[in-house]
Design a protein around this ligand. Structure first.
Ligand SMILES: *[C@@H]1O[C@H](CO)[C@@H](O)[C@H](O)[C@H]1NC(C)=O
Ligand SMILES: *[C@@H]1O[C@H](CO)[C@@H](O)[C@H](O)[C@H]1NC(C)=O
Ligand SMILES: *[C@@H]1O[C@H](CO)[C@@H](O)[C@H](O)[C@H]1NC(C)=O
Ligand SMILES: *[C@@H]1O[C@H](CO)[C@@H](O)[C@H](O)[C@H]1NC(C)=O
Ligand SMILES: *[C@@H]1O[C@H](CO)[C@@H](O)[C@H](O)[C@H]1NC(C)=O
Ligand SMILES: *[C@@H]1O[C@H](CO)[C@@H](O)[C@H](O)[C@H]1NC(C)=O
Ligand SMILES: *[C@@H]1O[C@H](CO)[C@@H](O)[C@H](O)[C@H]1NC(C)=O
Length: 548
């Protein structure tokens, strides 16, 4: 309960005044229930044991045979839906009806009730009637008798409009001020005979303003008679107005931070909290506790059920099972686990980053080591030879060789392993993974690449490109389809096919190539390992000298 505004109960409750003198509005008296099912019963309304019904007037009967239990006004059958400390309560009440069949009046219920101490709010309700041959009126007693009502006539269902309560099928009127008695009556002009097909009944009810929206289908729905609608009642304290009540100091109920107001409707008075001192039941409005909430004058506290510990507050530690040892260990373990995981992630990220960096550095180093820089310089100096030995990246070649896959090996030799590679454009290449890895050999290797890249003889295997990013340089040659002469001669199935003319042609071509390399090329290139495995055959069985 917020430390807000307080008011005590008046003289009518004098018997218990000693106890309740400083009671706070909205807080159920100790020992009394503060709820009935879903309806909260704030002070000065009471429910529960007879000790609590200070006055029948504020007694709420809780019928627990309903689920959830239902609250009823004192001893009546008027169901209470909501009690507001601002001086009103919402009840629910039945519709009155007057029904006809072809032989005349069939059945009716002229609903009504009499409130001794509450008033029907004249500002928050409307008397409403629906029907197409309908006079509906309310009568009652407010000191004098009163009578009010409305009339609705219609002849064709097509004239009716949903949600429009303006006299055709549906009419509304205000209720007079100060009404405690409410008695419904009906009349009809033609006993609904002209509209029986779509409207056999007239209905009338007081209803909270805005709570009913007219629907054309209600006119023909026999079950509409079972409906109930909310009505707002005003409640006040006592019979005195504020001025009189204030003079009766002992019984004056509006205490600190609250002000007395004379109600718009009827006698008595209400205590209204001053601005900024609203009645706040923190437990209900804030729902601040995850455990049990206790409303206290001026504040609230939270507690945890047995076996749980913590401050019980949602924004605090809440309520946690008392597991003294395991809990911290669990937390510790979790914490350590999380930080380990985090470190691991961090480390692996850093590691991966470093590894990538290292790899890049390595590639650059290899490139340099293998004479890449030298080669590039040389090549740029010899631009007239036009980029014959373009430099491949490792990724391109690895992809082409299917990452040095065994199945791609064409042969192994003294100078390295030769793989078959497939370029993205579909061309085949031969990639020689050279054995050169020695710094001393860099200069000769670079020279060789440069020289070879300039050679363009039809009987010499063409060096297409080279890649120097690996530790071991990779050389890319044209792919020669029919393998080596050695394989060709020693493969039994082929020997019969190769004619002596063909053999001679191959020999001549090989010699021409060697002659060219030795004599025509500048500088001359000496092939130091002329053997059958270094003479390749293309698709037309032309010789291609390789591996020098
Ligand atoms: C009443 O409360 C119960 C559970 O607390 C809930 O399921 C139900 O919808 C509520 N009924 C109304 C009319 O508020
Ligand atoms: C409380 O209310 C009930 C029902 O109206 C009534 O029977 C009973 O006498 C009341 N008790 C007291 C102490 O007024
Ligand atoms: C509660 O409601 C049931 C059903 O309407 C009724 O039979 C019973 O008498 C009521 N009990 C009380 C205590 O009002
Ligand atoms: C009309 O209602 C009355 C009363 O319920 C009944 O006696 C009568 O038989 C009904 N007439 C027709 C035609 O249904
Ligand atoms: C009125 O509303 C009801 C549903 O609420 C609907 O079935 C009916 O067709 C509507 N009638 C007209 C005339 O709009
Ligand atoms: C009226 O209510 C009864 C049972 O409550 C149901 O069988 C019937 O279909 C309802 N009629 C209409 C028009 O809703
Ligand atoms: C909270 O308030 C209740 C009711 O006054 C009291 O019994 C309880 O000891 C209080 N708890 C704490 C933690 O202050």
């Amino acid at each position: 309960m917020g430390f807000r505004c307080m008011f005590k109960v008046l003289a009518v409750f004098a018997v218990t005044l000693t106890v309740t003198a400083t009671s706070v509005a909205g807080q159920a008296k100790a020992g009394c229930q503060s709820n009935c099912g879903n309806t909260s019963i704030p002070y000065p309304f009471e429910t529960g044991s007879t000790d609590c019904n200070i006055s029948k007037r504020f007694f709420i009967r809780c019928n627990t045979s309903f689920n959830p239990p239902k609250a009823f006004l004192t001893t009546s059958d008027i169901e209470v839906l909501h009690i507001s400390l601002n001086g009103y309560l919402r009840i629910q009440y039945s519709v009155g009806y007057d029904c006809y069949n072809s032989s005349g009046s069939a059945y009716y219920f002229y609903a009504g009730f009499r409130l001794s101490k509450f008033l029907i709010s004249h500002t928050r309700n409307k008397f409403t009637a629906i029907g197409c041959d309908t006079y509906a009126y309310v009568e009652g007693f407010t000191g004098r008798t009163y009578s009010t009502g409305c009339v609705s006539f219609c002849y064709d269902v097509a004239d009716l409009v949903n949600r429009s309560c303006s006299g055709i099928g549906c009419c509304q009127t205000a209720l007079p001020k100060g009404v405690t008695d409410y008695e419904l009556s009906f009349d009809s002009y033609w006993k609904h005979s002209k509209v029986l097909s779509f409207n056999p009944c007239s209905y009338g009810f007081a209803v909270e303003d805005g709570a009913y929206s007219f629907s054309v289908s209600d006119l023909s729905n026999i079950n509409f008679s079972k409906r109930k609608f909310p009505i707002i009642l005003d409640w006040t304290i006592g019979n005195q107005n504020c001025m009189e009540a204030k003079m009766d100091v002992d019984n004056y109920a509006c205490k600190q931070n609250s002000d007395c107001i004379d109600p718009e409707n009827g006698r008595g008075y209400l205590c209204k909290c001053l601005h900024g001192f609203q009645d706040i039941n923190e437990c209900e409005t804030l729902k601040p506790c995850s455990g049990t909430c206790h409303n206290l004058p001026g504040s609230y506290n939270c507690s945890c059920p047995k076996g749980f510990e913590g401050d019980g507050r949602k924004k605090g530690t809440g309520c946690n099972p008392k597991v003294k040892q395991h809990f911290p260990i669990l937390v510790g373990t979790l914490g350590i686990g999380m930080s380990l995981l985090f470190s691991l992630l961090c480390c692996s990220w850093v590691y991966l980053g470093l590894r990538q960096r290292k790899l890049n550095l390595l590639k650059q180093q290899n490139f340099k080591q293998n004479g890449g820089v030298l080669l590039r310089e040389q090549l740029s100096k010899r631009e007239e030879y036009g980029g014959i030995a373009k430099i491949f990246t490792l990724e391109e070649l690895k992809k082409a060789m299917n990452n040095y896959h065994e199945s791609r090996i064409l042969g192994r030799g003294g100078q390295g392993t030769v793989y078959k590679g497939l370029l993205l454009d579909g061309r085949s290449i031969a990639i020689k993974k050279s054995l050169i890895g020695n710094q001393n050999q860099v200069q000769p290797f670079v020279n060789e690449v440069i020289v070879l890249s300039q050679i363009n003889h039809r009987n010499v295997v063409k060096l297409l490109r080279c890649c120097l990013e690996t530790q071991v340089p990779l050389l890319v040659y044209e792919y020669v389809k029919n393998g080596t002469l050695f394989d060709y001669l020693h493969n039994a199935t082929h020997t019969s096919i190769i004619s002596w003319e063909a053999r001679l042609k191959i020999a001549i071509e090989a010699v021409e190539a060697l002659s060219y390399l030795h004599s025509a090329a500048s500088p001359p290139i000496i092939h130091r390992e002329v053997k059958l495995t270094n003479i390749l055959l293309d698709e037309n069985y032309n010789a291609k000298v390789s591996d020098f």
